[in-house]
Write a protein that binds this ligand. Structure first.
Ligand SMILES: C[S@@+](CC[C@H](N)C(=O)[O-])C[C@H]1O[C@@H](n2cnc3c(N)ncnc32)[C@H](O)[C@@H]1O
Length: 452
């Protein structure tokens, strides 16, 4: 039996949703992060119980036969993707099985399993990147990119990242070089000193618009006019329509705004999906794979089916994308979203799309849903990774809607909620997975649930 701190060698047999994989030692299941089935690894045991242990990979002794693809130069160091060495078709098989395994583990029955759809573009698909300024090792040169795998403070410059939009690579290199020449310091997340924090780049893939947001503290004063001009002079596939400067003196290492100045253009993007227009404000949620989003929303639209004369609730609606996609045939759509900015955008989007049967409410679903007087025929749920708050789920179930379409980027919390729904007389009719995030551990899942 594996013991804590023991160094063990074993073969990885299976992977599970969320990036973990496992093998067995003396009949004990040993789980590791970022293992690939088929690898033989050396690992140190971190936690050991009678039937299950957790370990950390120290070395891959033998590669998996699945790892037969060329990878980018950052692969292994960057914490972004970990499955790039696996052929995309095989990644899809693994993800589908991981979701299926969750249904088995939670004993959730379904009528029809509709498989998995791949991202239309397995590379260059990310339309939003949130880069951090830092260094790769303490005191090293300025870097701009993603967190190093397994490290909180070290940052790898990802100028050859293959999953992001290709324009972002040029923008990243230019901005990094500019600040290197100016000799400006990165923000130190332990000492809370320094100027450069994050760079957020977003692109409306179909419309081609690019929005750049530089996030710094207020510890320096800098005129960024020459940087903006340099970037605007660039030959890019898309077009820079806005350059923002956000000031953030908060201690938490997340992108947030104390104040945002527009240095050039405007502070939002316009995108078109499935023939509808969407205004995306700087801080609101939008699917990070635009071509994938069209596929995902088409699956949702198919699951919603006939919505003529129906009242549809779009809960956790973001900028109101899903609600508006079903609105043309529905009687009424009511969306709830916690980010006010996104709700404002949703309202504007509905106007832009000439939809006058949509109402969007700013607030927590847990508080707002119980205030609704309307009776929904269809409820669409698209919660964040943490899933639906138990009280909100109770309120959702008490509407007794005939149909629920659950869209989830975290099938683990989704199956937990499905168990509750089954307990209230709902049955899972159809399940379909959609890979919006190639090469990473994530996958999106859409489930059609109906009242028995
Ligand atoms: C996965 S996104 C879905 C957005 C939208 N359906 C789309 O496809 O663009 C989840 C959304 O839920 C919002 N959210 C998170 N917690 C919430 C809560 N408690 N109440 C309402 N909205 C919430 C987030 O801001 C985010 O916009």
């Amino acid at each position: 039996m594996p013991k804590k701190k023991e160094v063990i060698e074993f073969k990885i047999e299976e992977s599970e949703f969320g990036g973990k994989a496992y093998g067995y030692i003396d009949g004990v299941k040993v789980k590791v992060k970022h293992g690939i089935p088929g690898q033989v690894v050396k690992a140190v045991v971190k936690k050991a119980k009678r039937k299950e242990a957790e370990a950390k990979i120290l070395e891959v002794i033998e590669n998996s036969p699945l790892e037969d693809q060329d990878t980018c130069s950052h692969f292994g160091r960057c914490g972004g993707c970990f499955q790039q060495a696996i052929a995309y078709e095989k990644q899809l098989e693994l993800k589908e099985k991981q979701v299926k395994d969750l249904f088995v583990e939670f004993n959730v029955q379904y009528k029809e399993w509709l498989g998995i759809e791949g991202s239309p573009e397995p590379f260059n698909y990310r339309n939003k990147m949130e880069f951090s300024f830092g260094d790769e090792e303490k005191g090293g040169p300025l870097t701009l990119g993603m967190h190093k795998r397994g490290r909180h403070h070290d940052i790898v410059t990802v100028d050859e990242c293959r999953i992001m939009d290709e324009d972002f690579r040029k923008i990243l290199v230019t901005i990094l070089q500019y600040f290197k020449e100016k000799n400006l310091s990165q923000y130190n997340t332990r000492r809370h000193e320094g100027y450069l924090r994050h760079l957020v780049v977003r692109k409306a893939h179909f419309a081609g618009e690019i929005l750049i947001n530089l996030v710094t503290t207020t510890q320096e004063k800098l005129d960024l006019k020459d940087l903006v001009e340099e970037l605007l002079g660039f030959e890019l596939k898309g077009k820079i329509i806005g350059f923002l400067h956000t000031f953030n003196d908060n201690l938490a290492d997340v992108v947030q705004s104390d104040r945002t100045d527009i240095l050039f253009g405007r502070d939002y993007l316009m995108e078109e999906l499935l023939g509808l227009k969407f205004k995306i404000s700087a801080f609101s949620f939008f699917q990070t794979n635009s071509q994938g989003a069209e596929k995902l929303y088409s699956i949702v639209r198919d699951f919603v089916g006939e919505s003529e004369e129906q009242v549809v609730f779009d809960l956790y609606c973001g900028t109101g994308t899903i609600g508006q996609i079903v609105a043309p045939t529905a009687k009424q759509v009511i969306g709830i979203e916690i980010i006010e900015d996104a709700v404002e955008a949703a309202k504007e989007n509905a106007k832009l799309n000439n939809l006058n049967n949509c109402r969007f409410i700013a607030g927590d679903v847990k508080e707002e849903v119980k205030k609704l007087k309307e009776k929904p025929d269809i409820i669409i749920l698209d919660p964040p990774r943490a899933g639906i708050h138990p009280n909100a789920l109770k309120d959702v179930m008490s509407f007794e809607a005939e149909k629920i379409v659950y869209v989830s980027c975290n099938p683990k919390t989704m199956v937990r909620d499905l168990v509750e729904l089954e307990g209230r007389g709902y049955k899972v009719e159809q399940v379909k997975c959609m890979d919006m995030f190639p090469h990473t551990a994530h996958v999106e899942c859409v489930v059609l649930i109906e009242k028995e």
